[in-house]
Design a protein around this ligand. Structure first.
Ligand code: PBG
Length: 332
């Protein structure tokens, strides 16, 4: 669209910025509680809320505490909660079998949340890294992250999560062919209503640092994830990945990280017109919190501004560690 604007002084664009009422009237985008997906970290034990130093304000919670958090989130009107397990080092193996254990942390948390807070959607993460002795999202054979055997493992993981009651499966592994494999396994197992929110355009990013501390994967990771996660230099490739995942049966797609990839968010929404989400990742959260704690920025203002930016770029929603804070703020 080519903007039409009269010459000064017929047009004084400050007129529509002149008062709060007029600014409300012309506002093009809104941020609401319904836009939020809350990522949370689950750990073993009971009664535990353990702060994560690199993510001020974020905790690892035992299943009982996750349930309390989910109940609060549901009350606040947050539509979805997304689970990430902090897996004990003793459960990490080469074959990653803990990933599809029906009683692993994630699956126990899903069941507990579904019975205590049935109205909040439960989303999961599908990738092998929390269970892998070498910290990678896929199997490593002779130093190579192998695709097809990884997809078979991811399918088992998906089915265990669906069986436990997950509403939305979130494959974050970036293997090829995983969406089709998961979709057909879900259909065959009678889980035709379980959705897939694919991490379609996930970049090999430095912004994931604090998350890897949070799930205890930092120490374990050998090398980097560049043979499966995307090169930050690429945009067209993201369109191919989104197209491919939609063709394979993804219901919704995600761009990750967020703020540095708003061009991708905008292109995806404009080109495909599908439910599009951004993940405001751990490093983005940590940067805002750290600067706010130092008094260098107004944390609340930057939090809201960053989330509004996702909406303006075309996203339908955002995965953000700020979710409960924003929800409380929006509720007044
Ligand atoms: C793992 C996974 C990662 C994140 C979500 N799922 C990290 C990674 O790929 O190394 C990052 C989330 C964040 O940084 O907040 N498959």
């Amino acid at each position: 669209m080519t903007p039409t604007v009269a010459a000064f002084p017929a047009a004084r664009l400050r007129r529509t910025r002149s008062t709060p009422a007029i600014r409300d009237l012309v506002r093009e985008n809104t941020l609401s509680v319904g836009d939020l997906i809350w990522p949370v970290f689950v750990r073993d034990g009971t009664g535990i809320e353990e702060p994560i130093p690199s993510m001020p304000g974020v905790m690892r919670r035992s299943v009982d505490k996750i349930v309390e958090a989910a109940v609060e989130a549901q009350t606040l009107g947050i539509p979805a909660i997304c689970l990430f397990p902090y897996t004990d080092a003793s459960l990490k193996t080469e074959d990653c079998a803990e990933a599809w254990n029906p009683d692993n942390l994630t699956n126990r948390a899903i069941r507990a949340i579904k019975s205590a807070a049935p109205d909040i959607a439960v989303m999961t993460d599908v990738a092998l890294d929390p269970y892998n002795i070498n910290g990678h999202d896929g199997y490593v054979v002779n130093g190579e992250i192998i695709n097809d055997a990884t997809v078979e493992a991811l399918v088992k993981m998906t089915l265990a999560q669906a069986e436990a009651g997950a509403d939305i499966i979130g494959p974050s592994d970036m293997m090829d062919g995983r969406i089709a494999a998961m979709r057909s396994a879900l259909e065959n197992a009678g889980h035709s209503n379980v959705m897939i929110l694919s991490y379609s355009a996930k970049y090999a990013s430095g912004y994931y640092g604090p998350f890897r501390d949070a799930v205890g994967a930092s120490g374990a990771l050998t090398g980097d994830k560049k043979t499966y996660q995307m090169d930050p230099a690429n945009g067209d490739e993201a369109m191919r990945l989104v197209q491919r995942d939609l063709n394979e049966g993804a219901d919704m797609v995600m761009i990750k990280p967020g703020i540095a990839y708003l061009d991708i968010c905008h292109r995806v929404k404009t080109n495909f017109g599908v439910p599009t989400y951004a993940y405001q990742v751990s490093g983005e959260y940590a940067m805002i919190q750290a600067a706010a704690q130092n008094g260098w920025i107004d944390g609340e203002q930057v939090m809201l501004e960053s989330l509004m930016a996702f909406k303006r770029a075309g996203c339908d929603g955002v995965l953000t560690y700020f979710a409960p804070k924003v929800a409380r703020l929006l509720k007044g």
